[in-house]
Design a protein around this ligand. Structure first.
Ligand code: 5MM
Length: 335
């Protein structure tokens, strides 16, 4: 087994998933504004440290995606944040893209940037303890989108990113996110997501990526948030598995879904059903941001000194998703 393959498997083993805590300062500020807490470096650290020192980290969270600010911060007990994560036998990861910017040639769409100077930044992150990375491409859906240009250019950037990451001995998470917003049907989401993922793997193969050392982070197959024909549960699971089965090469060890704006319970329920229908060899787990943090953030904002209450809420969500990643979740466990 290659070193990269064993890191990917360790992150996603036994129902473990990934905590996506890599919100940029702008996004974290929106999250903190929503609960009326000032977005200071201390408050951002306080909330994140509360999550990273929870008891469910050891059992449920195989990896944590950090943001540049957080990976360089010290915990209140004097450890660095990567040391705190490693002390729970979890693996620190880092978001390395610098964000989605307007795509020249198709101004309604975005291209993710961050390749300049990436090799040097990765060397520094490796020294700080990171062993995996994340890069997110974003795609809108409508009648004309995503365009061939956006599908190609984001796939090309994801592949160039993944190649440099593997050169530094880290596992790249490849995240092509087809957004939920819009009135598109689930069938449109299925078709566009398949096209996007297939193009990503075509480029990854061209760039000689070791696919056994990659984690794919896709969206689930859903109808748009404004669609009149929503699909739920079993239909989401069947279409999602069907899409990944045809679009992802069999060498890839694991798939970790994003939650994309689904509620906490929807994300857990759909993941559980996906695992019930999963007739592939891929591990299918989670890499959730909002769906792991929303309730915990609300609880924390009531009293940021009450660490236990926040951790209790976070532990519950982490356990529910780890059960779902094994197809063992049921709604009655939520109470
Ligand atoms: C944690 O949120 C990430 C957003 O980062 P930016 O602040 O740079 O936009 C995001 O990439 C996240 O990792 C994934 O979208 C998954 O998060 P959700 O909330 O969709 O599960």
């Amino acid at each position: 087994m290659s070193e990269l393959n064993s890191i990917a498997l360790k992150i996603l083993s036994d129902g473990k998933g990934i905590l996506a805590a890599d919100e940029s300062t702008a996004t974290m500020t929106k999250r903190l504004d929503s609960v009326k807490i000032p977005s200071t470096p201390e408050n951002r650290l306080n909330f994140r440290e509360t999550l990273f020192s929870s008891s469910s980290m050891a059992e449920c969270i195989g990896g944590v995606i950090l943001y540049d600010e957080t990976i360089k911060q010290q915990s209140s007990k004097g450890k660095t944040i990567p040391e705190l994560i490693i002390s729970s036998k979890s693996i620190p990861g880092i978001k390395v893209d610098t964000g989605a910017k307007q795509l020249a040639g198709s101004t309604e769409e975005k291209i993710t940037e961050g390749l300049d100077g990436l090799r040097e930044r990765l060397k520094e992150y490796y020294k700080l303890g990171a062993r995996f990375t994340k890069w997110r491409g974003v795609y809108n859906i409508s009648r004309d989108y995503p365009s061939k240009l956006s599908i190609y250019s984001n796939a090309h950037a994801l592949a160039r990113y993944a190649a440099i990451v593997q050169e530094i001995n880290m596992v790249p998470i490849v995240e092509p996110e087809v957004l939920m917003s819009g009135d598109h049907s689930a069938e449109d989401c299925y078709n566009k997501t398949s096209e996007v993922i297939e193009k990503c793997f075509e480029e990854l193969i061209l760039h000689k990526i070791d696919l056994r050392g990659v984690i794919l982070k896709p969206n689930m197959i859903l109808a748009g948030t404004d669609s009149k024909n929503k699909i739920e549960g079993e239909d989401v699971a069947k279409l999602t598995v069907k899409c990944l089965k045809k679009s992802v090469p069999s060498e890839v060890p694991g798939i970790a879904f994003l939650s994309g704006g689904q509620t906490e319970i929807e994300s857990t329920e759909n993941l559980n059903l996906i695992n019930k229908y999963n007739d592939t060899k891929f591990i299918m787990s989670y890499s959730y941001g909002r769906a792991l943090q929303q309730s915990a953030l609300k609880k924390w904002s009531k009293n940021i000194k009450d660490i236990d209450s926040t951790q209790k809420v976070f532990n519950h969500r982490a356990k529910m998703n780890t059960l779902a990643a094994q197809g063992k979740w049921s709604r009655d466990l939520e109470n």
